[in-house]
Design a protein around this ligand. Structure first.
Ligand code: MRU
Length: 368
């Protein structure tokens, strides 16, 4: 492996090899730091399906490079059919994060426009790089727009840390850099605003306990991992000032699909008068859908994620069964938080009320 591991980036193009995309293998963090290499469409599909990469923006970016690699590895009349198959294969990897479909669609459109040209593959690489850079910039701006929300609470707390609860991993591991929910957190920490993050463990795959805690620990953001069921108690006791989560798909009326358990936190936040913010780039809006509960496809995942728990045994990652062998399991990956429970959306174009008029106006706003 000839490549440096750039800190705080989840995906990069190999130095010196334009046919090789490298990603951090999120299946083994925080116990091992392993790079997974993607040089074919099949490897891109595998990486998304098996959750080597995960998180809505990163799924979209990986899919974009998957489309580029499909073109790079094909030629002549075969390329046309390969590109059609690539879009279908990538779109079948995971159902909920809309970024996947948006980015394969963008890549397919660039292919269609330029397929007669000799340098169509370069055009596809440019588009994949553009998508990556756009997502990084969107996250950075989400940080800028979210920071005043933390600062405002901080100014009332007279030096006491702002207590922020987050669910799953909506950090740079789920995006490319910065993260969505974590971007304002990182900025606040950098600016010296005292903060403390309650990290939901986020069963069954523990993206909070494993990935968010890893990220926050790398840069010294004070945090505490809590069992998923603890959030309501902490809110009742006045120990949470705000909640910030990410999103996998947000409808035109502001309903938010995010990792299973998000809805329960929103209900508890509402009951306790605590602001509940959702941070997302424009690529996560799905303006074709209105009512999230009826229309957003919720992924159902393998039962083994619930019946087994995975961790470090001192020497390697291992997995143990934690339920009776014959008990049936249900494993829904996401839930829908209705717009009425969301205080505000934090996007790269600014803050936005979770309602149709504001969302449509926001999406139609040109980037400055
Ligand atoms: O199943 P995952 O790990 O892909 O789910 C990820 C989430 O639910 C994140 O909160 C969401 O994608 C927002 S990422 C910035």
């Amino acid at each position: 492996m000839d490549n440096k591991f750039p800190s705080n980036a989840s995906l990069w193009l190999s130095n010196g090899d334009q046919g090789l995309v490298q990603v951090l293998d999120q299946r083994v963090l925080p116990f091992e730091t392993r790079i997974f290499e993607i040089s074919t469409l099949e490897q891109a599909c595998y990486a998304i399906r098996e959750m080597v990469v995960r998180g809505a923006p990163l799924i979209g970016v990986t899919a974009a490079y998957g489309m580029y690699l499909a073109a790079l590895n094909s030629d002549g009349p075969d390329r046309e059919i390969t590109m059609l198959q690539a879009e279908i294969a990538l779109n079948a990897t995971r159902p909920t994060a809309v970024n996947l479909f948006r980015m394969t669609g963008r890549m397919a459109a660039v292919y269609k426009q330029n397929k007669g040209k000799e340098d169509v593959v370069s055009d596809l690489l440019l588009e994949a790089n553009r998508i990556r850079n756009e997502e990084i910039e969107a996250c950075r701006l989400i940080g800028e727009y979210g920071l005043p929300l933390i600062r405002e609470i901080g100014s009332r707390k007279k030096g006491q840390p702002v207590q922020i609860l987050t669910h799953c991993n909506a950090g740079w591991l789920a995006c490319v850099e910065w993260g969505t929910a974590t971007a304002p957190i990182y900025l606040a920490h950098r600016m010296g605003i005292p903060i403390h993050v309650w990290v939901d463990e986020t069963r069954p795959r523990n993206q909070g306990a494993r990935l968010t805690a890893y990220e926050l620990g790398l840069v010294g953001v004070p945090h505490t991992i809590i069992p998923d069921n603890a959030g309501g108690h902490l809110m009742q006791k006045g120990m949470v000032d705000m909640v910030i989560t990410g999103s996998d798909r947000t409808t035109r009326n502001g309903d938010v699909a995010n990792k299973i358990g998000t809805y329960l936190k929103a209900v508890a936040a509402s009951d306790n008068g605590i602001p509940f913010y959702v941070a997302l780039p424009s690529s996560t809006f799905d303006l074709d859908l209105v009512n999230g509960l009826d229309s957003i496809p919720v992924e159902e995942r393998d039962a083994s994620e619930v019946s087994f728990a995975e961790g470090w045994n001192g020497e390697s990652i291992s997995s143990v069964r934690i339920i009776p062998e014959k008990s049936p399991v249900a494993n829904y990956g996401f839930d829908i938080t209705p717009a009425r429970l969301v205080t505000m959306l934090i996007t790269e174009k600014g803050l936005c009320k979770p309602e149709e008029v504001s969302i449509v106006a926001l999406i139609n706003t040109k980037n400055e």
